[in-house]
Design a protein around this ligand. Structure first.
Ligand SMILES: NC(=O)C1=CN([C@@H]2O[C@H](COP(=O)(O)OP(=O)(O)OC[C@H]3O[C@@H](n4cnc5c(N)ncnc54)[C@H](O)[C@@H]3O)[C@@H](O)[C@H]2O)C=CC1
Ligand SMILES: O=C(CO)COP(=O)(O)O
Length: 335
């Protein structure tokens, strides 16, 4: 199968490297200089420096050439690029996107953007998957979700192999809400873990959110994710799957996460601009947090962790105040 991956960031490059072991793959980079550098060095020095590009992987900045023979298109840009790339792709070729978030401005999920553009035969590929590990061939499980079962099956044909399991799902809403909300929860967990490191150093135990607090944040974060997802039409079971609990655990606790890193750096007292300057990669939770809150509020939902993350990102709350705010709410029933 001829595969075209649009976007040569960390994740697009990693999946292209994996797929190229079994299929001819074209990787499109939007910057001509970057495409030239990738072809010459056979390595993505900017976004994924440690893994070489296999022979079968062709890199180009020419979109028409990249799409010419595509049998499956994979959009690997951040959420901000999805609408433009969807609109630029031929409507008759099945398409998957990898981005995890809500579109800034419109507050839409990927499947809502596709519907708005009248695009059919599309789906999302998600789940717990740090690009670096996938590129190295370390065992990973993903989930491909689409309302068109043939699209999810195509994702299996393209990517399923010895080191990469691809499950299918008919719940794109659940898979997309999971991928978007876990990023917000990873920021919250990063803040808590950052506060713990500082308080532990001073043996200030009462102000050190420890392992108990982390487990509570993950569990209540899952509750928020599920609450929003179900209200948007998702199946509750999806949140116990790879794109829900699976990706929440990975991103909130794994130090390769950029969203978690945002939280860790905010806890050190850095301003958001400074944090983003240090990352060098996209951290979708920063852009999605407000939308998660707004869409939840529009549905009459209470999302206290998300609300706290938004206040932290907007600089209206200091990290330590965030923890106090969450702990001092009125008691309530768990479910
Ligand atoms: N890196 C990872 O481990 C994983 C990332 N993702 C998701 O995949 C998406 C992409 O992430 P990464 O590749 O890691 O990001 P990255 O920050 O490594 O690279 C982003 C790439 O997108 C391009 N880009 C940026 N804005 C764009 C726009 N408006 N239009 C077109 N292209 C644009 C950049 O030039 C760059 O090539 C994000 O939504 C992320 O949440 C999902 C799973 C794993
Ligand atoms: O989505 C991811 C892993 O599944 C990557 O998370 P970060 O964007 O936080 O690095």
């Amino acid at each position: 199968m001829q595969l075209t991956v649009l976007g040569a960031g960390a994740w697009g490059t990693a999946l292209a490297i994996q797929a190229a072991q079994r299929h001819p793959v074209t990787l499109w980079a939007r910057d001509a200089e970057q495409a030239k550098a990738l072809q010459a060095a056979r390595r993505n020095d900017r976004y994924l420096p440690e893994v070489a590009l296999p022979e079968r992987l062709r890199v180009t900045a020419d979109m028409d050439a990249a799409l010419a023979a595509a049998e499956l298109i994979v959009v690997a840009s951040p959420m901000a690029g999805l609408r433009g790339l969807l609109a630029a792709c031929p409507g008759e070729v099945p398409l998957l996107w990898l981005c995890k978030g809500f579109e800034a401005g419109t507050g839409r999920l990927g499947h809502e953007i596709a519907r708005e553009l009248g695009r059919r035969q599309v789906g999302v590929l998600s789940g717990p998957s740090f690009a670096q590990e996938v590129a190295r061939g370390q065992a990973t499980a993903l989930v491909a979700a689409s309302e068109w079962p043939a699209v999810a099956e195509l994702a299996v044909r393209a990517f399923h192999g010895e080191r990469l399991r691809v499950y299918t799902s008919t719940d794109p809403v659940g898979v997309e809400v999971g991928g978007a909300v876990k990023n917000v929860m990873a920021i919250a967990t990063g803040v808590a873990d950052g506060l713990r490191e500082q308080a532990e150093a001073a043996q200030d135990w009462a102000n050190a959110p420890g392992l108990n607090a982390r487990a509570a944040l993950l569990t209540r974060g899952l509750a928020e994710m599920t609450r929003l997802g179900v209200a948007l039409g998702a199946k509750a079971e999806s949140f116990l799957g790879l794109a829900g609990l699976g990706d929440l655990v990975l991103t909130a606790t794994g130090d390769l996460s950029r969203n978690r890193k945002v939280g860790l750096l905010l806890a050190q007292g850095l301003a958001l601009d400074e944090v983003l300057g240090r990352l060098g990669h996209v951290a979708e939770g920063v852009y999605s947090a407000r939308t998660v809150l707004a869409r939840g509020e529009a549905l009459g939902l209470d999302l206290p962790i998300t609300r706290t993350v938004v206040a932290l990102l907007e600089g209206r709350l200091a990290p330590a105040q965030g923890l106090a705010l969450l702990m001092n709410r009125d008691p309530r029933a768990e479910i």
